[in-house]
Write a protein that binds this ligand. Structure first.
Ligand SMILES: Cc1cc2nc3c(=O)[nH]c(=O)nc-3n(C[C@H](O)[C@H](O)[C@H](O)COP(=O)(O)OP(=O)(O)OC[C@H]3O[C@@H](n4cnc5c(N)ncnc54)[C@H](O)[C@@H]3O)c2cc1C
Length: 436
C-alpha cells in the first residue's frame, strides 16, 4: 500500500469560484454558514450538530443540488490518496480532484477508465451526480467506484462495497449528496495507457443516420460538437486508446469530415491553448481524455450548462428533434456536445440500464432566455424519456423526472434508513425527488 498526500495544483489561469457561489457564478448559495472539516472526526461532529447539512465539492454544478439554506461543509482537507497495487485500486479522500489524482496514479503505473471534459472536479462530487466522459463501452465515472465510506446522519460510518453490498451499494454511489457525507471512495485502476486525440471538421448529421454507432464507436472516446446550424457537427474529437508500442495514423477523412490541420477549441473562436493536445500526438490518458487542461479555465468560464440523456438507440431521432429548435437555440449557445455513455446498474445514474446518448448545451450566461428554451427542448425530447444531468440546469417537471427512475422508491427508502429526519435533503432534492 502506497500512501501519498496531495495539495491543490497551481491553477494560475483557472477560474476560481467566488465565496458562496458556484464555479460558473450563476448560483449564489442560500447560506453563508460553511464549515471546513479538517478530518473525519471533525466531520462527524459537524454532522451530529447540524439539523441540515450539504457537502460542497469543487462547486462545478450549475443548479442548486449543492445548495443549503442552513449549512454546507467543505471536505478539501480530506485529500489522501492511497494506491493498493495488489488490489489495483486507489482510495481517495472526498476532497481529491481528478486533476490531483491522475498524475499520482499514473506515476504508479495506473490509470482510470475515463474522465470528464475537465479534471478540476472532485471525485466525490462527480460520482454523486453521475458525471461522465464519452465512449460507447465506457460507463460514467461512478462505475469505477468499488467501495465507499459515508458518515450517515447519526455520525456513524457506513462502509459499502460493490462485492459485498449489492443493492445498497448500487443505491449509494450516485447518492446526489443525500445519503450522507462521503469521506473516502475506492476506485478501480487499470494499467496506464496512452491516448492520441484527432479532431475532424464538418461531419454532416446525415452520416449519423446510417453510421451512428460506427461514428461514436470510432475511438475509445468520441465527442461531436455542433452549433446546430447547417445539419452538421462542426468538430469531431476522437480519442484513440493505444496499445503499448502502438502508433496511430489518423486518416485525412472521417465520413467526409476533414482532419483539422491545427489545434482547435470546441467553441469557435476561443483560443485552443486551454485544450488538451490534439493532432494525433500520443500522451498519457489523463492529458488526453479531458478536453481541457487542469491549469486553465475549462470551457468558456462564465456560462451555463444543460444536458439530457436519451437511449442511444434513439440518438439520431433525438438529435433531429432538437435540431428543429436550432433558430431558437443557436443565438444563446456557445456549443453543443454529443457523447455516449454505457449503461450501468447504479440506481440514480442517468445511464441506469440504458446505453445513452448525452445531448449537452454550453449556453451563454443568459438565463432569462435559456430558461424559455429548456422546456421546448424537453418537449422535443419527451418521447425519448430524457433524463437531465443531475448537476446541470433543467426544467423537467418532477413527476416526469421521477418516472425515469424505476428504483426511486427504493432509493428513498434506503436514504430514509440512514437519514430519517432528512438532514441531508435540500430544496433541490425535495422538489425533484419528493414533490408529486
Ligand atoms: C466547465 C465544466 C465542464 C463540465 N464537464 C462535465 C462533463 O464532461 N461531464 C459531466 O458529466 N459533467 C460535467 N460537468 C458537471 C460536473 O461534473 C458536475 O457538476 C460535478 O458534480 C462537479 O463536481 P463538484 O466536485 O464540483 O461537485 P459540487 O458541484 O460541489 O457538488 C455536486 C453534488 O455532489 C455532492 N457532494 C460533493 N461532495 C460530496 C461528498 N463528499 N459527500 C456527499 N455528497 C457530496 C454535493 O452535495 C452536490 O449535491 C462540468 C462542469 C463544468 C463547470
Amino acid at each position: 500500500m502506497v500512501s501519498r498526500f496531495t495539495s491543490a495544483a497551481e491553477q494560475q489561469h483557472a477560474q476560481q469560484p467566488a465565496p458562496h457561489e458556484n464555479w460558473a457564478g450563476n448560483i449564489h448559495y442560500s447560506t453563508d454558514h460553511v464549515q471546513d472539516a479538517r478530518n473525519v472526526d471533525e466531520l462527524k461532529l459537524i454532522v451530529v450538530q447540524c439539523k441540515k447539512l450539504r457537502a460542497l465539492g469543487s462547486r462545478h454544478s450549475f443548479n442548486r443540488i449543492a445548495d443549503s439554506n442552513a449549512n454546507q461543509v467543505t471536505l478539501e482537507h480530506l485529500n489522501q490518496i492511497d494506491i493498493d497495487d495488489k488490489a489495483r485500486t486507489v482510495t481517495v479522500g472526498a476532497g481529491v480532484r481528478y486533476g490531483q489524482l491522475a498524475p499520482v496514479i499514473d506515476a504508479g503505473g495506473f490509470a482510470l477508465h475515463n474522465l470528464a471534459s475537465l479534471p478540476h472536479i472532485s471525485v466525490a462530487g462527480a460520482i454523486a451526480t453521475a458525471t461522465h466522459g464519452s465512449g460507447i463501452q465506457n460507463g460514467n465515472l461512478a462505475t469505477a467506484v468499488r467501495a465507499l465510506e459515508i458518515i450517515i446522519a447519526n455520525g456513524n460510518v457506513l462502509r459499502l462495497s460493490r462485492d459485498q453490498d449489492g443493492d445498497h451499494f448500487a443505491a449509494a454511489v450516485v447518492g446526489l449528496g443525500s445519503v450522507g457525507m462521503v469521506t473516502r471512495v475506492t476506485l478501480d485502476l487499470q494499467p496506464t495507457y496512452q491516448v492520441a486525440q484527432t479532431v475532424y471538421q464538418n461531419l454532416s448529421f446525415s452520416e449519423l443516420e446510417h453510421n451512428f454507432d460506427s461514428i461514436f464507436g470510432a475511438g475509445y472516446s468520441v465527442s461531436l460538437f455542433t452549433d446546430w446550424q447547417n445539419h452538421r457537427a462542426t468538430q469531431v474529437w476522437i480519442k484513440h486508446r493505444l496499445a503499448p508500442g502502438e502508433t496511430h495514423d489518423a486518416a485525412d477523412n472521417f465520413y467526409n469530415a476533414k482532419r483539422a490541420t491545427e489545434k482547435l477549441h470546441p467553441i469557435t473562436g476561443h483560443p485552443a491553448e486551454s485544450c488538451t493536445e490534439q493532432m494525433g500526438i500520443p500522451g498519457p490518458w489523463y492529458q488526453r481524455l479531458p478536453h481541457f487542461k487542469m491549469e486553465f479555465t475549462p470551457s468558456s468560464g462564465r456560462e451555463l450548462q444543460t444536458e439530457y440523456f436519451v437511449p442511444r438507440e434513439h440518438g439520431y431521432e433525438a438529435i433531429l428533434a432538437v435540431e428543429k429548435l436550432k433558430e431558437k437555440i443557436t443565438p444563446h449557445l456557445f456549443v453543443t456536445e454529443l457523447r455516449t455513455i454505457a449503461a450501468d446498474d447504479l440506481w440514480m445514474s442517468t445511464a441506469y440500464k440504458r446505453d445513452s446518448l448525452a445531448i449537452h448545451f454550453t449556453w451563454k450566461p443568459e438565463w432569462e432566455a435559456v430558461k424559455q428554451i429548456l422546456p421546448q427542448i424537453e418537449a422535443q425530447l419527451k418521447p425519448f424519456g430524457p433524463r437531465p444531468h443531475w448537476a446541470k440546469l433543467f426544467t423537467v417537471p418532477p413527476p416526469q423526472l421521477q418516472a425515469q427512475y424505476t428504483r426511486l422508491g427504493e432509493f428513498k427508502s434506503f436514504v430514509n434508513q440512514y437519514d430519517p429526519t432528512g438532514k441531508f435533503r435540500n430544496g433541490f432534492i425535495d422538489t425533484n425527488l419528493y414533490s408529486a
